[in-house]
Design a protein around this ligand. Sequence first.
Ligand code: BG6
Length: 487
Amino acid sequence: MLTTFPKDFLWGGETADFQYEGGYDQDGRGLLSHDFETTGSATQPRQLTLRLKDGSRGTVNAHDSLPAGAEVALYDDVYYPSHQATDFYHHWQEDIDLMAEMGFTTYRFSICWSRIFPTGDEAEPNQNGLHFYDQVIDYLIANGIEPIVTICHDELPNELCVKYDGWSSRHVIDCYVKYAETLIRHYRGRVRYWITFNEINILSGYIAIGTHQQDPQTRYQAIHHMFVANALAIKNGRAINPEAQFGAMYALSETYPATCKPEDVFAAYQTRRNDGLFYVDVMARGYYPNYTAEKFAAEGVTLQTTPADLQLLKENTIDFISFSYYRSMVATAQADGSVKVNNENPYLVSTPWGWPIDPLGLRYCLNELYDRYQKPLIVIENGLGAVDELTADGQVHDDYRINYLRDHLKAIRDAITLDHVPCIGYTMWGNTDLVSLSTGEMKKRYGFVYVDMDDQGHGSLKRIRKDSFAWFKQVLASHGADLTRQI
Ligand code: BG6
């Protein structure tokens, strides 16, 4: 019987290309949907910069529909966080050295689609792009770190958005499958774990699904095309590399009823199912579940599917489930039948960005997922976004992060040892500081490693070990047995 983490448990961190890599115009990389996104804040939504139909300048909230006739455009006087990010493109060796120093046994990262297929439509991949990740993957393996690769992290080559309206077009299924096959073939023998899509259950907006309009009909049709692309990539990927393991990744922060009033309890159940588990149901079980009809009717969605699509979904399900877990939320039934979901839980303390800290919710989530799907689980994103202070003598004392991570690791350990849930790995989000997805800020930091850069991209990009770096190193040296020790 296990009393702590299993010996072969995967320990590490993880990042996403457009938040971390930079090098946006180097070595043949094409523009990505995210390259047009400005910085924002907790109260100021990020914007896409536009050329309007009449040729004038404009902006739109990154998750809203584009005005008719407008296309995204870059302007010299605007700061775009993805262009430099925290410059992994030029610091990859140094950053991997730091991962190895902590004792990582895995590192999950995403490949930038437009680095491999700059417009998405080319017949042949950009060799420079493949070469960049050759170096990264080879260096990881040389350091005993198993790569887990996300094929698509909330992005697509911008040309696919402009020419085809992103995932609303079935043509993008072919582009994605060609891209996925290229990666699986090229990195065969070096990459075993593949994640087809990141947080597919919360994807929306031009930046993530590439559509100009953001109504439910457009979104769910796009998501259906992604489900088909996932199934085809798995089918063809298994033919290319039978050793490969395929998973998808979901944002599954827990949802609780606000009270024990039956209406609140049922509202929480439905919210959980419609906004999260629905996507896992389709990709892990291979079919649209029974409640789909009611869900789509409520949102006015009529899905266009073919018998061949449904057959593909059925025959090509994922091998493992990975998910992000940062917080829990609360659902309250409203008198008009709608549901209010927010962060207002009086029993929990929140981060400065208002996310309630709830380690037990992670144990709950692991149990819920294994009870429902009986597939291996990876906690693929977890961490604390906080304002870190660099002291005059160049240190970062982030005991708040150590406390957060320790409590969440204890919850995973309890799920493994007490509930017998097969959780096979943990990757902490943003192990090296990177740009926040939701706000585009640098001041919302997650890392074990501080990067000297501010919200406008100024700074030396120097890497500095935080206190949590030494703590995590101790945790890994004990294979997770020692979570209590302080540095
Ligand atoms: C997840 C994403 O939703 O949360 C990451 O997969 C993201 O890309 C992370 O960075 C944390 O969110 P944020 O907005 O604090 O960066």
